[in-house]
Design a protein around this ligand. Sequence first.
Ligand code: GFB
Length: 425
Amino acid sequence: VIFFKCYTISADDTADMDVFQTGSQPQLQFGQAKEPRYLLYDVNPGEGFNLRRDVYIRVANLVKVLNEDEPWILVLPPWGRLYHWQTRELGAQIKIPWSVFFDLESLRKHIPVIEFEDYLKVIGKPVIGEVYYLQGYREGWGKWEEKMDIRECNDKPRYEQDENGKWKGPFFYYDDIYAEKFACMSAQSYAVSMKPFLMKNTTARSVFLDRAEALIHGTFSEWSAEFWTARRSMRFSRELRDIGDAFREKYLRSNDKKDRTELKDWTDMKRKHGDALGGPYLAVHLRRKDYLHAHGEQVPTLKNAAKQIKKFLNKYDVQRVFVATDAPDEEFIEFVQKFKKTKIYRFEPTKDILEKYKDGGVAIIDQWICAHARVFVGTYVSTFTFRIHEEREILGFSQESTYNRLCGSKEDKECEQPTKWSIIY
Ligand code: GFB
């Protein structure tokens, strides 16, 4: 059944929305405070941490535009079982709340958010109103136009209806959660274009968009101020920043005052390129493991990587190198042995830090330290590297010191450097 058509947002779309139904709540009249509705989402299980952060920005901006007309709260999807989180001793690494990694107060200066567990408390039952599983069009993309239609599922869905009519699915590894309604939706849409559908075609108190990575930024992309507003609100948790800062001070002679990287409330912070100096070290993101297969041509040998780093050390006249890497220890040691005098550092978490903040937290600490270096050299199209670029844009580094990458051993002069995403306020 196709019960709605493709919409684009215009001021008129929302003109008749003064009265609306919120799930089981009585109809509310204009002028009354409206009950908030809840938007939940999830991402393809195969996607990594840093693409997921980008999906947050898309969904956050959808919630932002929804709130221009009615109150919606974004339910933060607990982190769990990411392919790259491989430290065995930590067990499953599931149901991790956002507050372990991010500063929720900072997110809330952009849009209303709550943790999934708090959503369950507010609702009082382990229930989600409606789930829409986003998918492509079976017949292919065709010419680009925004559209969305309820369709049969292209593949066997991850959700099944039980004998009581409840839809069970992989709700963040919480066993007893169910949805009251489920449908597949073919969507070729900007994230914010979901607004009319959410406001007019569903009255459920909570709506869950699965495979939300299918929604694209559209005009709210890296080239827009809205993207950057949401991105600036995504501050790492205070505790993780403190751990990174202590490491910088202890091993890299780096602190915010000297480096001109002091943080302010992001709503007041506006930096120009070159305002930040950075600590007296080079940072490199040396992506290895599955990347050797996925992007073999663009990943240098360790010997070649060391050669490239040495050139940057000369250019920037720094003697310390901070390495953020997923490389196994043997590879890291091999890399270190390529240097004679230069001091090479890697962040090694204590057992307590690892247990508390998990692989995700350690990766964030690595990113934070990279974000504060005098010069940064990343890995070809790695989203881990991209998020460091953004952090450095926010801190006010020169673009020359940020948008560098390691080149594959055979790339030589054709080694294209990363796209510059200039911050916009
Ligand atoms: O974040 P991510 O999507 O970046 O996935 P890419 C890489 C993950 O590996 C990170 C770990 O989230 C970390 O868990 N990792 C990578 C690191 N580099 C580092 C590092 O320097 N330090 C630490 N501590 N951890 C894409 C994946 O990864 O690569 C795709 O999203 C696919 O699924 C593709 O695997 C080949 O964009 O680099």
